[in-house]
Design a binder for this molecule. Structure first.
Ligand code: AMP
Ligand code: MG
Length: 331
Protein backbone atom coordinates (compact mmCIF):
# COMPACT_ATOMS: atom_id res chain seq x y z
CA UNK A 1 0.00 0.00 0.00
CA UNK A 2 1.35 3.39 -0.98
CA UNK A 3 0.15 6.35 1.13
CA UNK A 4 0.29 10.01 0.18
CA UNK A 5 0.08 12.81 2.74
CA UNK A 6 -0.36 16.45 1.70
CA UNK A 7 -2.79 18.08 4.15
CA UNK A 8 -0.63 21.08 5.04
CA UNK A 9 3.11 21.78 5.28
CA UNK A 10 4.35 18.25 4.53
CA UNK A 11 4.30 16.25 1.32
CA UNK A 12 5.09 12.65 2.14
CA UNK A 13 5.01 9.18 0.61
CA UNK A 14 5.04 6.05 2.74
CA UNK A 15 4.57 2.32 2.39
CA UNK A 16 3.10 -0.48 4.41
CA UNK A 17 2.94 -4.15 3.52
CA UNK A 18 -0.31 -6.07 3.85
CA UNK A 19 0.69 -7.44 7.28
CA UNK A 20 1.06 -3.91 8.64
CA UNK A 21 4.86 -3.70 8.49
CA UNK A 22 5.74 -0.05 8.01
CA UNK A 23 8.42 1.64 5.94
CA UNK A 24 9.86 5.05 6.70
CA UNK A 25 8.28 7.94 4.85
CA UNK A 26 9.88 10.06 2.17
CA UNK A 27 8.90 13.57 3.15
CA UNK A 28 9.57 17.18 2.36
CA UNK A 29 8.49 20.02 4.65
CA UNK A 30 7.48 23.42 3.32
CA UNK A 31 9.20 26.16 5.34
CA UNK A 32 7.87 29.64 4.53
CA UNK A 33 10.55 32.31 4.12
CA UNK A 34 8.44 34.64 6.19
CA UNK A 35 5.03 34.56 7.87
CA UNK A 36 2.81 31.52 8.22
CA UNK A 37 1.93 28.81 5.75
CA UNK A 38 0.25 30.26 2.67
CA UNK A 39 -1.85 27.39 1.26
CA UNK A 40 -1.04 28.23 -2.38
CA UNK A 41 2.70 28.47 -1.70
CA UNK A 42 2.66 25.18 0.21
CA UNK A 43 0.78 23.55 -2.68
CA UNK A 44 3.37 24.90 -5.15
CA UNK A 45 6.08 23.42 -2.92
CA UNK A 46 4.34 20.02 -2.98
CA UNK A 47 4.06 20.14 -6.81
CA UNK A 48 7.76 20.94 -7.11
CA UNK A 49 8.90 18.18 -4.74
CA UNK A 50 6.47 15.43 -5.75
CA UNK A 51 8.29 13.77 -8.63
CA UNK A 52 11.63 13.65 -6.80
CA UNK A 53 10.11 12.13 -3.66
CA UNK A 54 8.16 9.61 -5.67
CA UNK A 55 11.26 8.65 -7.66
CA UNK A 56 13.16 8.24 -4.40
CA UNK A 57 10.63 5.89 -2.81
CA UNK A 58 10.19 3.93 -6.03
CA UNK A 59 13.94 3.38 -6.35
CA UNK A 60 14.23 1.77 -2.91
CA UNK A 61 14.71 -2.00 -2.94
CA UNK A 62 11.40 -2.76 -1.21
CA UNK A 63 9.35 -0.86 -3.77
CA UNK A 64 8.02 -2.78 -6.74
CA UNK A 65 5.17 -1.08 -8.58
CA UNK A 66 3.84 -4.53 -9.67
CA UNK A 67 3.27 -5.34 -6.02
CA UNK A 68 1.34 -2.18 -5.16
CA UNK A 69 -2.20 -3.27 -4.31
CA UNK A 70 -3.75 0.15 -3.79
CA UNK A 71 -2.96 3.84 -3.39
CA UNK A 72 -4.22 5.76 -0.35
CA UNK A 73 -4.27 9.53 0.08
CA UNK A 74 -5.34 12.12 2.66
CA UNK A 75 -8.79 13.24 1.58
CA UNK A 76 -9.11 15.72 4.47
CA UNK A 77 -9.09 17.68 6.67
CA UNK A 78 -6.51 20.19 5.57
CA UNK A 79 -5.68 23.07 3.26
CA UNK A 80 -7.59 22.74 -0.02
CA UNK A 81 -4.77 23.54 -2.47
CA UNK A 82 -2.39 21.18 -0.63
CA UNK A 83 -4.91 18.34 -0.42
CA UNK A 84 -5.56 18.65 -4.16
CA UNK A 85 -1.91 17.96 -5.00
CA UNK A 86 -1.86 14.66 -3.09
CA UNK A 87 -5.26 13.64 -4.44
CA UNK A 88 -4.18 14.32 -8.04
CA UNK A 89 -1.04 12.23 -7.64
CA UNK A 90 -3.05 9.41 -6.05
CA UNK A 91 -5.68 9.39 -8.81
CA UNK A 92 -2.96 9.32 -11.47
CA UNK A 93 -1.01 6.47 -9.86
CA UNK A 94 -4.15 4.44 -9.27
CA UNK A 95 -5.02 4.80 -12.96
CA UNK A 96 -1.51 4.06 -14.22
CA UNK A 97 -1.04 1.00 -12.01
CA UNK A 98 -4.68 0.00 -12.34
CA UNK A 99 -5.18 -0.42 -8.59
CA UNK A 100 -7.90 0.85 -6.22
CA UNK A 101 -7.83 4.39 -4.89
CA UNK A 102 -8.52 4.88 -1.18
CA UNK A 103 -9.28 8.30 0.32
CA UNK A 104 -8.60 8.40 4.06
CA UNK A 105 -9.24 10.69 7.03
CA UNK A 106 -5.94 12.22 8.11
CA UNK A 107 -6.90 12.48 11.81
CA UNK A 108 -7.98 8.84 11.96
CA UNK A 109 -4.68 7.86 10.30
CA UNK A 110 -2.80 9.41 13.27
CA UNK A 111 -4.76 7.08 15.57
CA UNK A 112 -4.27 3.94 13.50
CA UNK A 113 -0.52 4.35 13.08
CA UNK A 114 -0.26 4.91 16.84
CA UNK A 115 -2.15 1.69 17.48
CA UNK A 116 -0.03 -0.16 14.92
CA UNK A 117 3.20 1.07 16.51
CA UNK A 118 2.42 0.82 20.21
CA UNK A 119 0.03 -2.12 20.41
CA UNK A 120 -2.52 -0.20 22.49
CA UNK A 121 -6.05 -1.42 21.84
CA UNK A 122 -8.73 1.10 22.73
CA UNK A 123 -7.06 4.36 23.73
CA UNK A 124 -8.14 7.89 24.33
CA UNK A 125 -6.12 9.75 21.72
CA UNK A 126 -4.62 13.13 22.50
CA UNK A 127 -4.07 14.47 19.01
CA UNK A 128 -1.81 17.50 19.20
CA UNK A 129 -0.56 18.77 15.87
CA UNK A 130 -0.04 21.99 13.96
CA UNK A 131 -3.61 22.53 12.84
CA UNK A 132 -5.52 20.14 15.12
CA UNK A 133 -5.95 19.65 18.83
CA UNK A 134 -8.50 17.03 19.79
CA UNK A 135 -9.19 14.48 22.48
CA UNK A 136 -10.72 11.47 20.76
CA UNK A 137 -12.21 8.18 21.88
CA UNK A 138 -13.97 5.46 19.95
CA UNK A 139 -17.54 4.66 20.81
CA UNK A 140 -19.63 2.26 18.77
CA UNK A 141 -18.57 2.78 15.14
CA UNK A 142 -16.83 6.16 15.23
CA UNK A 143 -13.93 8.00 16.77
CA UNK A 144 -15.77 10.65 18.78
CA UNK A 145 -14.34 14.06 19.54
CA UNK A 146 -14.62 14.46 23.32
CA UNK A 147 -12.97 17.87 23.39
CA UNK A 148 -10.99 20.13 21.10
CA UNK A 149 -9.45 23.52 20.56
CA UNK A 150 -11.85 26.42 20.41
CA UNK A 151 -9.50 28.50 18.29
CA UNK A 152 -6.08 27.46 16.90
CA UNK A 153 -4.19 24.18 17.00
CA UNK A 154 -1.60 23.84 19.77
CA UNK A 155 1.30 23.49 17.30
CA UNK A 156 0.07 26.50 15.40
CA UNK A 157 0.08 28.45 18.70
CA UNK A 158 3.69 27.40 19.43
CA UNK A 159 4.77 28.21 15.87
CA UNK A 160 3.10 31.65 16.01
CA UNK A 161 4.78 32.49 19.31
CA UNK A 162 8.11 31.31 17.92
CA UNK A 163 7.67 33.47 14.83
CA UNK A 164 7.19 36.61 16.96
CA UNK A 165 10.57 35.76 18.54
CA UNK A 166 12.34 35.30 15.21
CA UNK A 167 12.36 31.49 15.41
CA UNK A 168 11.57 29.93 12.01
CA UNK A 169 8.86 27.33 11.33
CA UNK A 170 8.40 24.82 12.87
CA UNK A 171 8.91 26.58 16.20
CA UNK A 172 7.83 23.78 18.55
CA UNK A 173 11.18 21.94 18.67
CA UNK A 174 13.14 25.13 19.41
CA UNK A 175 10.64 26.13 22.13
CA UNK A 176 11.22 22.71 23.70
CA UNK A 177 15.00 23.27 23.75
CA UNK A 178 14.62 26.73 25.33
CA UNK A 179 12.09 25.46 27.89
CA UNK A 180 14.32 22.54 28.86
CA UNK A 181 17.25 24.90 29.28
CA UNK A 182 15.14 27.06 31.59
CA UNK A 183 14.04 24.09 33.68
CA UNK A 184 17.63 22.91 33.99
CA UNK A 185 18.97 26.24 35.27
CA UNK A 186 16.14 27.60 37.42
CA UNK A 187 13.90 26.77 40.32
CA UNK A 188 10.82 26.41 38.15
CA UNK A 189 8.38 26.80 41.03
CA UNK A 190 9.88 30.11 42.12
CA UNK A 191 10.09 31.38 38.55
CA UNK A 192 6.75 30.22 37.19
CA UNK A 193 5.00 32.88 35.12
CA UNK A 194 1.22 32.68 35.03
CA UNK A 195 -0.60 32.80 31.72
CA UNK A 196 -4.33 32.44 30.99
CA UNK A 197 -5.33 28.78 31.28
CA UNK A 198 -7.74 27.95 28.50
CA UNK A 199 -9.79 24.91 29.56
CA UNK A 200 -13.55 25.33 29.19
CA UNK A 201 -15.38 22.12 29.95
CA UNK A 202 -13.84 19.60 27.56
CA UNK A 203 -12.52 22.27 25.18
CA UNK A 204 -9.38 24.38 25.17
CA UNK A 205 -8.46 27.83 23.89
CA UNK A 206 -4.86 28.66 23.02
CA UNK A 207 -5.04 32.19 21.61
CA UNK A 208 -5.32 33.85 25.05
CA UNK A 209 -2.14 32.25 26.34
CA UNK A 210 -0.38 33.13 23.08
CA UNK A 211 -1.22 36.84 23.36
CA UNK A 212 -0.32 36.90 27.05
CA UNK A 213 3.02 35.16 26.36
CA UNK A 214 3.90 37.76 23.75
CA UNK A 215 3.09 40.52 26.25
CA UNK A 216 5.21 38.91 28.97
CA UNK A 217 8.19 39.08 26.62
CA UNK A 218 7.53 42.78 25.96
CA UNK A 219 7.38 43.23 29.77
CA UNK A 220 10.98 42.01 29.94
CA UNK A 221 10.69 38.34 30.90
CA UNK A 222 13.26 36.02 29.36
CA UNK A 223 12.36 34.00 26.27
CA UNK A 224 13.40 30.77 27.99
CA UNK A 225 11.10 31.39 30.97
CA UNK A 226 8.13 32.13 28.73
CA UNK A 227 8.78 29.05 26.58
CA UNK A 228 8.67 26.95 29.75
CA UNK A 229 5.46 28.60 31.02
CA UNK A 230 3.78 28.39 27.64
CA UNK A 231 4.54 24.67 27.40
CA UNK A 232 3.33 24.08 30.97
CA UNK A 233 0.00 25.83 30.42
CA UNK A 234 -0.68 24.44 26.96
CA UNK A 235 0.31 20.85 27.76
CA UNK A 236 -1.40 20.78 31.17
CA UNK A 237 -4.67 21.90 29.59
CA UNK A 238 -4.49 19.07 27.04
CA UNK A 239 -3.61 16.50 29.68
CA UNK A 240 -6.45 17.70 31.92
CA UNK A 241 -9.03 17.23 29.18
CA UNK A 242 -7.51 13.88 28.21
CA UNK A 243 -7.71 12.71 31.81
CA UNK A 244 -11.36 13.72 32.05
CA UNK A 245 -12.06 11.85 28.81
CA UNK A 246 -10.43 8.74 30.31
CA UNK A 247 -12.53 9.11 33.46
CA UNK A 248 -15.76 9.53 31.48
CA UNK A 249 -15.14 6.64 29.10
CA UNK A 250 -13.43 4.30 31.57
CA UNK A 251 -10.59 3.72 29.09
CA UNK A 252 -7.15 3.06 30.58
CA UNK A 253 -4.86 3.77 27.63
CA UNK A 254 -3.74 7.20 26.44
CA UNK A 255 -2.19 7.53 23.00
CA UNK A 256 -0.36 10.68 21.91
CA UNK A 257 -0.26 11.63 18.25
CA UNK A 258 0.53 14.63 16.04
CA UNK A 259 3.74 16.63 15.78
CA UNK A 260 3.55 18.15 19.27
CA UNK A 261 3.60 14.59 20.66
CA UNK A 262 7.34 14.66 19.81
CA UNK A 263 7.79 16.90 22.86
CA UNK A 264 9.42 15.24 25.88
CA UNK A 265 7.51 17.36 28.41
CA UNK A 266 4.02 16.50 27.12
CA UNK A 267 5.08 12.84 27.08
CA UNK A 268 6.25 13.15 30.68
CA UNK A 269 2.97 14.80 31.76
CA UNK A 270 1.00 12.06 29.99
CA UNK A 271 3.02 9.40 31.78
CA UNK A 272 2.55 11.00 35.21
CA UNK A 273 -1.20 11.45 34.72
CA UNK A 274 -1.63 7.87 33.54
CA UNK A 275 0.49 6.45 36.35
CA UNK A 276 -1.61 8.30 38.91
CA UNK A 277 -4.81 6.70 37.64
CA UNK A 278 -3.44 3.24 36.96
CA UNK A 279 -3.47 3.71 33.19
CA UNK A 280 -0.74 3.59 30.54
CA UNK A 281 0.53 6.24 28.13
CA UNK A 282 1.74 5.40 24.62
CA UNK A 283 3.27 7.31 21.74
CA UNK A 284 4.77 6.27 18.41
CA UNK A 285 8.28 7.19 17.28
CA UNK A 286 8.74 10.84 16.30
CA UNK A 287 8.76 10.06 12.57
CA UNK A 288 5.23 8.66 12.97
CA UNK A 289 4.00 11.51 15.21
CA UNK A 290 4.53 14.22 12.62
CA UNK A 291 2.53 14.10 9.40
CA UNK A 292 3.77 11.22 7.25
CA UNK A 293 2.71 9.16 4.25
CA UNK A 294 3.15 5.87 6.10
CA UNK A 295 0.20 6.55 8.40
CA UNK A 296 -1.98 7.21 5.35
CA UNK A 297 -0.82 3.89 3.90
CA UNK A 298 -1.63 2.12 7.18
CA UNK A 299 -5.23 3.36 7.32
CA UNK A 300 -5.48 2.59 3.58
CA UNK A 301 -4.35 -0.96 4.33
CA UNK A 302 -7.02 -1.43 7.02
CA UNK A 303 -9.72 -0.16 4.65
CA UNK A 304 -8.41 -2.24 1.74
CA UNK A 305 -8.57 -5.38 3.89
CA UNK A 306 -12.31 -4.94 4.32
CA UNK A 307 -12.77 -4.24 0.59
CA UNK A 308 -13.25 -0.48 0.78
CA UNK A 309 -12.19 1.78 -2.09
CA UNK A 310 -13.01 5.28 -3.29
CA UNK A 311 -14.64 5.80 -6.69
CA UNK A 312 -13.09 8.49 -8.85
CA UNK A 313 -16.35 10.43 -8.61
CA UNK A 314 -16.15 10.36 -4.78
CA UNK A 315 -12.48 11.24 -4.60
CA UNK A 316 -12.88 15.01 -4.22
CA UNK A 317 -10.96 16.39 -1.26
CA UNK A 318 -12.81 17.56 1.85
CA UNK A 319 -10.90 20.27 3.75
CA UNK A 320 -13.54 20.26 6.53
CA UNK A 321 -13.65 16.49 7.06
CA UNK A 322 -13.99 15.73 10.77
CA UNK A 323 -12.63 12.87 12.83
CA UNK A 324 -16.17 11.71 13.63
CA UNK A 325 -17.35 11.73 10.01
CA UNK A 326 -15.51 8.50 9.29
CA UNK A 327 -17.16 5.24 10.14
CA UNK A 328 -14.83 2.59 11.59
CA UNK A 329 -15.49 -0.32 9.25
CA UNK A 330 -12.17 -2.13 9.87
CA UNK A 331 -10.77 -4.19 12.82
P1 AMP B 1 2.03 17.95 12.35
O1 AMP B 1 1.06 19.06 11.98
O2 AMP B 1 1.37 16.81 13.05
O3 AMP B 1 2.97 17.51 11.27
O4 AMP B 1 3.00 18.59 13.45
C1 AMP B 1 3.71 19.77 13.22
C2 AMP B 1 3.67 20.61 14.47
O5 AMP B 1 4.36 19.92 15.52
C3 AMP B 1 4.33 21.97 14.33
O6 AMP B 1 3.45 22.93 14.85
C4 AMP B 1 5.57 21.84 15.18
O7 AMP B 1 5.98 23.06 15.79
C5 AMP B 1 5.14 20.85 16.23
N1 AMP B 1 6.27 20.16 16.87
C6 AMP B 1 7.16 19.33 16.29
N2 AMP B 1 8.08 18.91 17.19
C7 AMP B 1 7.74 19.49 18.38
C8 AMP B 1 8.30 19.47 19.70
N3 AMP B 1 9.40 18.77 19.98
N4 AMP B 1 7.67 20.19 20.67
C9 AMP B 1 6.56 20.90 20.37
N5 AMP B 1 6.01 20.97 19.16
C10 AMP B 1 6.58 20.28 18.17
MG1 MG C 1 -1.48 15.84 11.36
Amino acid sequence: MLGIESTAHTLSFGMVDMDGKLSSSFSNLFRPEEGGIHPREAADHHCLKASNLLENIMSTEFFNSNEIEAVAFSQGPGLGPCLRVGASIARTLSKVWNVPLIGVNHCVAHIEIGKNQTGCKDPVLLYVSGGNTQVIASSRNKYRVMGETLDIGIGNMLDKFARTQGIPFPGGPEIEILANRFALNHDINANFINLPYGVQGMDIGFSGMLTAAERKIIDGNSLESICWSLQEHAFASCIEVAERAMAHTGKNELLLGGGVACNSRIREMAEIMCEERGAKAYWPEKRFCIDNGTMIAELGRLLHKVGYSTNLSDSAINPMLRTDHTEIIWD
